[in-house]
Write a protein of this length. Structure first.
Length: 87
């Protein structure tokens, strides 16, 4: 399951929908809009299995690094330019 953080812009979510990429977004399809708190999001991620989580919040990574259950990864879109990974 793909989960997008609430901070992913709507135009980028629309691009994924047009490409028929199935996802859920925090504050819309899952969770609550007030889930700005990283602790609530981490609790949700820990409770959900086989999940890929995308966020634009670079401050989120140190919290994930402290977890043994989650593996953080990042995409450097400044270097990749118009790559499909940089939706």
């Amino acid at each position: 399951m793909i989960i997008l953080d609430h901070n992913i812009p709507e135009d980028q979510a629309q691009r994924l929908r047009r490409r028929r990429v199935r996802f859920r977004q925090i504050g819309f399809e899952v969770g609550r809009p007030e889930w700005d708190d990283q602790q609530e999001i981490l609790r949700f991620l820990h409770a959900t299995k086989q999940i890929t989580f995308f966020t634009r919040d670079l401050g989120f990574f140190p919290r994930v690094m402290a977890s043994r259950q989650l593996l953080p990864s990042g995409i450097d879109c400044a270097r990749l330019g118009n790559s499909p990974l940089c939706f």
